[in-house]
Design a protein around this ligand. Sequence first.
Ligand code: NPQ
Ligand code: MG
Length: 372
Amino acid sequence: MNLRGLELRRIALPLVSPFRTSFGTETARDVLLVRAVGEAAEGWGECVAMSEPLYSSEHVDGAAEVIRRFLLPEVAALAKSGELTVPRLEAALGRIKGHPMAKAAVLTALLDLSLRESGTSFGAYLGAVRPTVPAGVSVGIMSSIPALLDAVEGYQAQGYVRIKLKIEPGWDVDAVRAVRERFGDDLLLQVDANTAYTLADARHLARLDPFDLLLIEQPLPEDDLRGHAALARLIRTPVCLDESITSARAAADAIALGATSVVNVKPGRVGGYLEARRVHDVCAANGVPVWCGGMLETGLGRAANVALAALPNFTLPGDTSASDRYFARDITEPFVLDGGHVAVPTGPGLGVTPDADYLAEITTGTEWLALP
Ligand code: NPQ
Ligand code: MG
């Protein structure tokens, strides 16, 4: 890999409708993109951090600062000695604590660059075993039950094979009951609390038991593995961790404790696609199924996620929705639903390219980081 430098590009992409979760409401996606510029090719990485540290401790301004001050020097040092590869960079970045989303963005840009240079697709590199992946959809907290039922009906009509309802105290049992009664027992249905409950809510959460949910995602705080293990013994709905799974080791710990029986894999949360594959592998070795989460990615992040979701132990539909779930216009060729599935790109690297004109239109700032 012959790297000239990294471009940091911030874009503001409007959402088709506000997306409300237990931690807040988003109306536009504020995304930091990393473009790795080589001699003959370039690669892209999408940072999935939010503007504010509401999902996890990272945020976009912080990620940009970490990249320019702490990650770039590690890239430059390896490039200088002619040793720059993605696995070596991943190891070198281990010296810098935390900031997995910032690291994932840089590692993914360099991985895309190197795969485009060698003509290998992300799917082939990661070990994809399927040409398409089933698509689920995440449905935000709504203003009323009728509005929720309308939204779910629309997604079902589009072909989504699994529905995930965002929940919080005051928007849980009634919402789930209404959807189950309206759409029937065959609908694949799950819920995501984004840490909105405590173990004291166990009896309340057990009221979800009769609705045969696939899983309840991250009911308790990120650092409360023991609480999740205790909750899992008090409710019938399988517990699935998202925010708590910060690495393959964290996944192994959570499984050993009985805190999770299904795992949501998000590459940004664990520091990139190599670590995401290790999470997949450790879960597979323990007989724990995984599915691919989502962070409202543009087509760039979505392309890599869809490739990851084609690995063998991704046995549940992911939040790998079509582009139009979130954006009227995506920055790449859009991902579309075909029979409830999304196709894994087959071209070199991510297999998709941003539209330069549209990118320029929605760019709020760029910064060139040359390698010294
Ligand atoms: C989750 N995603 O699984 C997340 C949380 C989430 C698809 O439910 C801006 C950027 C808004 C990232 C809202 C889904 C977001 C975001 C929610 C991530 O927990
Ligand atoms: Mg989640």
